[in-house]
Design a protein. Structure first.
Length: 263
């Protein structure tokens, strides 16, 4: 039974939102405690400061220092864009730098190996069987990158239709490992993010080496998603997830390009 006060103007029972469990368990975001972020030269690099005090990594409280001023400025801008509360979800460059300083710097071999493992089951090597239009679109987007990898890196990857696992030649995956050998922790972190988001170590290395732009990498990585969207229309949840992936991808590609301009 409802009363008049329980009804909306159109006669339907009013809907009172019950907080979801995940909402009630989520810790509140910290309040912004500073007026402005800036950068200062420090130890051969550039530190980010909040009202003159250095930003520290959240776990081990190491000073957040990056080697390039432009990257430090981009990180400082993330802090300056924060509102009344600080939302780490809107600070992908800060998170990337924190991860590189605290974790990746101490696990370089493991992170490289993980990227190489992606190359062993790379997105570009598994093709659709049908429809013909999608097969053609994958071929047009991916074959030139594989040809470049073969010619430039000496990485000759096998390709097949379907999802059955392929045993890639060791020489191909070793070529990817070689391309990563001289990267520092920040660059390696960025390449790892590009690899995991796209599902392709080959695309990540092609960007690292300047063969592809960030826009070209994203287009190649989302050939299947774009096709599905064209056939069936947009899905709100899928689009929201894609937007989050794109934000992470954009930050990682910017970081890598500032640190490692193509030669």
């Amino acid at each position: 039974m409802t009363t008049d006060n329980d009804k909306s103007t159109n006669g339907k029972a009013s809907e009172k939102r019950v907080p979801e469990i995940k909402d009630t368990l989520r810790a509140p975001l910290p309040k912004r405690f500073y007026k402005s972020a800036a950068i200062v030269e420090r130890d051969g690099g550039f530190a980010i400061t909040l009202d003159g005090r250095s930003v520290k990594t959240p776990g081990r409280k190491r000073e957040l220092v990056v080697p390039v001023a432009a990257l430090a400025e981009a990180i400082a801008e993330e802090w300056n864009r924060q509102g009344e509360r600080i939302d780490p979800a809107t600070m992908p460059l800060t998170r990337l730098a924190n991860s590189a300083i605290e974790a990746v710097s101490e696990r370089m071999t493991e992170v490289r190996d993980d990227i190489v493992a992606f190359a062993g089951s790379d997105l570009l090597c598994y093709r659709a069987e049908t429809p013909a239009a999608l097969v053609a679109r994958q071929k047009a987007a991916w074959d030139p990158v594989l040809a470049w990898a073969k010619q430039t890196l000496g990485a000759d990857f096998k390709v097949q239709q379907g999802l059955m696992p392929i045993d890639q030649p060791p020489e191909a995956t070793q070529a990817i490992a070689k391309a990563l050998a001289d990267l520092d922790a920040l660059c390696l972190s960025a390449v790892h993010i590009l690899t995991t988001i796209t599902g392709s170590a080959i695309l990540a290395v092609a960007y690292l080496k300047g063969r592809l732009t960030a826009e070209e990498v994203w287009a190649a990585a989302t050939v299947d998603e774009t096709w599905q969207r064209e056939q069936w229309g947009q899905d709100a949840e899928a689009e929201a997830q894609a937007a989050k992936r794109l934000a992470e991808f954009t930050a990682a590609s910017l970081c890598l390009r500032l640190l490692h301009p193509p030669r």
